[in-house]
Each structure stands twice: as structure tokens, then as C-alpha cells.
Design a protein around this ligand. Structure first.
Ligand code: ATP
Ligand code: MG
Length: 170
């Protein structure tokens, strides 16, 4: 199924705003053309929702979270969540998507969570042939990206209800 990116991003942004404290803005950044992802809507929403919830959770106010989409080279497409939060030291990045891995137990404990969010994001990415890319600077912020192959990313709404034979369940 083709999942409309604009609608997906708005849904996730609305959820993120409902839990964001005062002074933490949540913005949506859409590319000029409509685009869609071949995948499972509920899974994509859960993955992007986890990234957005992390951004809100690990960004003190005043701060800014941007949930967006962009085109990248070779007709690939990317969903991203960027924040101006606490950031992650480079040595933690390799283990970040492990189940129950949290950067700083003492620091993270009072922020809730169990350390499963990014494992779920990673799982959803794999099921969609996407890569999870992370860029972060300690004390400045982070950007998490889900990069989809060209075969699963489509510009324009032309194929909205069309089925091109690829089964996203497999
Ligand atoms: P859960 O998602 O299960 O509620 P969690 O948020 O702690 O708990 P993950 O989403 O897997 O677990 O994230 C793992 C760890 O990565 C977090 O505990 C946090 O230390 C770090 N982290 C994740 N996202 C960010 C972010 N946007 N900024 C800074 N640190 C982050
Ligand atoms: Mg999380």
C-alpha cells in the first residue's frame, strides 16, 4: 500500500505536540511535491512516532523538533526527525538500536521508557528495506533518518490506490 507521507507526518506531529511541554515546538517539513512510501501504514506510524517521542523526550525546552521528508540521491527518499536536544555521544551510536539499551540509566530513568523504541524503529526499517541513519552531537541535538530505496518511494500521488505487485508484508 502506498502511504501518503504528508498525512503520516501530520499524524505523528499531532501526537508529538500533545505530549510536548511548553516551549518545545514540533514542526513538519514537507518537500514541495507530494510523495508516498510503499509499506505498512501502522508500522511506519509506529516507527516515526517512536522517533518523534524520543525527540520530545530528550529535548529540553526551549527547543525545536522537526519531523520531515526529503529526497536524496538516486531517487531514494528519507523521513527524518531532528531535534535540538541533549544529543548522543558517538560511542553510544553503535549500540543504540539494541533492545533495552539506554545511554545513561540514571539520566534516562526519570524520563520513562524501557529502551525498546529504537529496536522497534530498526525492525520496521528492515521490514521496509530502509536504513536507519543517526547523526548526533552531544549537547546540540540529533537527527534520525529512515532512508527508503527508490523502489519504495514515489513522488506524486499518481499511484495512490494502485498496486504494483510488491507485497510490503514480505
Ligand atoms: P522507550 O522508547 O522504550 O520508551 P527509550 O526512549 O529509552 O525507551 P529508545 O527509544 O530505544 O529507548 O532509545 C534508546 C536511548 O537512546 C534512549 O534511552 C536515549 O538515551 C537515547 N536517545 C534516543 N533518542 C534520542 C534523542 N533524540 N536524543 C538524545 N538521546 C536519544
Ligand atoms: Mg524511545
Amino acid at each position: 500500500r502506498w502511504v501518503e507521507v504528508a498525512e503520516l507526518l501530520e499524524t505523528v506531529a499531532t501526537q508529538a505536540r500533545s505530549v510536548a511541554p511548553d516551549g518545545l515546538t514540533v514542526e513538519v517539513s514537507l518537500p514541495p511535491e507530494p510523495c508516498a512510501i510503499l509499506g505498512v501504514r501502522t508500522e511506519l506510524e509506529s516507527a516515526l512516532g517512536n522517533l518523534a517521542l524520543n525527540a520530545v523526550r530528550y529535548t529540553p525546552a526551549p527547543g525545536r523538533v522537526v519531523i520531515g521528508a526529503r529526497s536524496v540521491k538516486n531517487a531514494e527518499g528519507e523521513l527524518f526527525v531532528r531535534d535540538t536536544g541533549i544529543g548522543i555521544a558517538p560511542e553510544h551510536l553503535p549500540r543504540l538500536t539494541e533492545r533495552f539499551y539506554r545511554v545513561d540509566r540514571a539520566r534516562s530513568r526519570d524520563r520513562g521508557g524501557t529502551g525498546l523504541g529504537l529496536a522497534i524503529v530498526n525492525h520496521v526499517a528492515q521490514r521496509h528495506g530502509a536504513r536507519l541513519l543517526i547523526e548526533s552531537t552531544l549537547g546540540q541535538g540529533s537527527e534520525f533518518r529512515l532512508r527508503f530505496p527508490a523502489t519504495r518511494w514515489r513522488w506524486s500521488e499518481a499511484n495512490r490506490s494502485e498496486d504494483d505487485g510488491i507485497d510490503p508484508e514480505e
